[in-house]
Design a protein around this ligand. Structure first.
Ligand code: CAA
Length: 381
């Protein structure tokens, strides 16, 4: 029985900054941001958006009434959750008006956990092939103003429906997970911004990718030529390039050049939005499917990475007609509007803090289908 990703949809905020403007404001060369890091624009997050509103907006785009009838479970993968106890999936379930007889849970392991969510969903669908599982990867990546991580911030959500006989990607059985206890990036419970050992994190990412890839090759006997493309977790687009070049070294064969071209196609959307943490790999996959040279029957390799750290390499086969089961990301990105760096800084500093209460947010201007209106008695509404 084929099980995999049946549909995918993406949502981000309505506003962005141009990273050339940010570079000038920070006294950096614009080329450092656009070429050295590989980012052009970054989503700006108004206080009226959080991972629940973003996740619900993405999920709303893909669920039909028929899907809703078959939904057994909602898994929200995030590392920027809004509650240490209550799962954000419960809020999403409520906002989407879903049946009460549905299981809801939140998963955490930095940027990796949506991949765990997909594997768990596959298990659930194996047990009940009529059922569907909604996996939502939703995050807001914050490092802080004037930090070296600032250029790698971003925000958005990717929602995916996992079913039998999927329309987008049928998952193959071999997956390789690789985990080590280390501190490349972390965010203690009291912190609203991430701590990161930036250079170290990029080296760990590459090491984990190569470990997973070698093991996958040993287990399956597959070579690079068996893949149409590789999709990577993209905290910034240069990271995918570093990992792929770590594998290709100085190879300039036809296969190697094809992989480089496909990587460029997979980086297109990330360049415009920034890091989605849990959703980055899956926005990269959507970007590849909408901009790359891929067709039904192609094998796609996926590398998922979460700091702390955990990596997973797995693969899937593209299904006929996959194009019709992806939301229109190009239109969504074109529909946003640019704000100044001053406005971005104002919004960055106006988020609900750890201890803020009795706050009504200025949400009327936010055109998103779901908005956070404020907080009273430490309850969000
Ligand atoms: N023109 C072109 N390129 C330029 C340039 C110019 N004028 N000036 C600098 N560059 C290049 C540099 O040569 C460098 O390239 P390489 O990496 O290929 O050597 C690149 O721009 C970046 O320059 P720096 O190394 O000086 O950048 P930095 O010290 O400001 O930090 C960073 C970069 C480490 C990525 C930092 O932004 C950061 O810490 N980001 C957050 C951490 C992160 O995303 N880690 C990724 C792995 S962890 C993960 O994947 C999980 C997750 O999502 C967080």
């Amino acid at each position: 029985m084929k099980i995999g990703i049946d549909k995918m949809a993406f949502a981000t905020t309505d506003e962005y900054i141009d990273l050339r403007e940010l570079a000038r404001k920070r006294g950096d060369e614009p080329d450092k941001y656009t070429i050295g890091i590989g980012q052009d624009r970054q989503a700006v997050v108004p206080a009226s958006q959080d991972i629940v509103t973003l996740g619900a907006s993405a999920a709303e785009k893909l669920l039909t009434d028929d899907d809703k009838k078959h939904l057994s479970t909602i898994i929200v993968a995030t590392e920027s959750g809004i509650d240490n106890s209550k799962a954000s999936a419960i809020y999403v379930k409520h906002l989407l008006g879903l049946d009460d007889f549905v299981r809801t849970v939140e998963l955490k392991e930095a940027c990796y956990s949506a991949t765990a969510g997909i594997q768990f969903a596959k298990g659930l669908v194996t047990m009940d092939p009529q059922s569907a599982v909604l996996v939502i990867a939703s995050d807001i990546a914050r490092y802080g103003l004037e930090t070296s991580g600032e250029v790698t911030q971003g925000a958005g959500a990717v929602a995916m429906l996992i079913t039998a006989n999927p329309h987008v990607l049928a998952l193959e059985d071999t997956t390789v997970s690789y985990t080590k206890d280390l501190m490349d990036f972390w965010r203690p419970l009291y912190a609203t911004e991430a701590h990161v050992d930036g250079k170290y994190s990029t080296n760990v990412y590459i090491e984990f990718f190569l470990q997973c890839w070698q093991r996958y090759r040993q287990l399956t006997g597959r070579q690079l030529a068996d893949f149409a493309a590789l999709a990577f977790h993209l905290p910034f687009t240069k990271m995918g390039k570093k990992a792929l070049e770590g594998l290709l070294q100085d190879d300039h064969s036809l296969i190697a050049e094809k992989m480089r071209e496909q990587l460029t196609a997979s980086q297109k959307y990330c360049r415009e939005v920034g890091n989605l943490y849990t959703g980055s790999l899956y926005l990269g996959l959507m970007s590849l499917l909408q901009n790359g040279q891929v067709k039904a029957g192609d094998r796609i390799g996926l590398f998922s990475y979460g700091s702390g750290a955990e990596g997973e390499f797995y693969s899937g086969i593209l299904q006929a007609g996959f194009e019709k089961y992806l939301s229109n990301v190009k239109a969504e990105l074109a529909d946003r509007h640019q704000v100044s760096i001053e406005e971005y800084e104002r919004q960055f500093n106006s988020q609900l803090g750890m201890n803020s209460d009795d706050i009504k947010l200025d949400w009327e201007k936010d055109p998103a289908p779901f908005v956070l209106k404020g907080q009273k008695n430490y309850k969000r509404f």
